[in-house]
Design a protein around this ligand. Structure first.
Ligand code: ZN
Length: 262
């Protein structure tokens, strides 16, 4: 029997389905977390730091991950634990984001086995590290019906419920593979819009290079020059005058450098 510590108010779920649920990650709660930790309660009082003074249902793993955390607000403690879960299960979350269920059947036995396990663990860890709590009451009075919702994933004018949905959409519509996209997301702090803008820029550059090659080769053939000379010249014109198109640069090249010397 644990006696309630009256320095802390109790945070309790309102809906039956949330009873015994960890407020931080959604797993089964078997213990309590204290915001701030009991050992720091007094120091928060003396220093008049902002603290929730709440006793929060939590799972064993979250309590363990929160051991070094001295923060006094539940929201801060949630962010702490989410960061820790995301780091601890980084590999599995990577599998979950890079692979899809329907790819499993093509794999050989051992790869199938490890990817399937990674997908399951990764999905769970991803969900836990984004869990936003449940409607609750504090010392018997209801706090709020509306929870701080997880930030929706926004990509230009589209919204996605999960990062994985957004990843699948991007892979379907842009020239990038799922593993590559996930790697680049990690580099960009999961900002999918930033990654897509990079991809669009790269597409433009590639498109330009293709056009430069095609048009320079045609010009070179027509005027009996080397294609390399032509494309170098075009790039020089374009460096000087950004507004020129490849065709305009080729016209100039013809006027200024080719025509008179023939
Ligand atoms: Zn938990």
């Amino acid at each position: 029997m644990i006696f309630p510590d009256n320095r802390y108010r109790q945070l309790r779920a309102i809906q039956a389905e949330d009873f015994h649920t960890c407020f931080y990650c959604g797993c089964i709660a078997t213990e309590f977390d204290f915001a701030p930790p009991k050992a720091h309660w007094q120091s928060y009082q003396y220093r008049q730091l902002s603290a929730d003074n709440l006793q929060v249902p939590a799972c064993k793993e979250c309590v363990a991950l929160l051991k070094p955390c001295t923060m006094g607000l539940v929201q801060q403690r949630r962010e702490w634990v989410h960061t820790k879960i995301a780091a601890k299960y980084k590999k599995a979350i990577g599998v979950y984001l890079k692979w899809n269920e329907d790819e499993l059947e093509e794999l050989d036995f051992s790869l199938h086995h490890s990817i399937a396990a990674g997908l399951k663990l990764g999905e769970e860890s991803h969900r836990r590290s984004n869990f936003q709590g449940f409607s609750h009451e504090i010392d018997g009075s209801k706090v709020a019906d509306v929870l701080p919702a997880a930030m929706p994933i926004v990509l230009f004018d589209k919204q996605f419920d999960s990062l994985k949905d957004a990843i699948l959409y991007v892979c379907k519509n842009y020239p990038i593979t799922q593993p590559k996209l996930v790697e680049r997301l990690a580099e960009q702090g999961n900002n999918i819009e930033a990654v897509v803008m990079e991809i669009q820029e790269e597409q433009e550059v590639a498109q330009f290079q293709r056009q430069l090659k095609i048009q320079s080769a045609a010009f070179a053939k027509k005027h009996n020059q080397s294609a390399r000379f032509v494309s170098n010249e075009v790039e020089r014109y374009l460096d000087k005058e950004l507004a020129y198109s490849i065709a305009e640069a080729l016209d100039l090249l013809y006027e200024e450098r080719v025509k008179h010397y023939r």
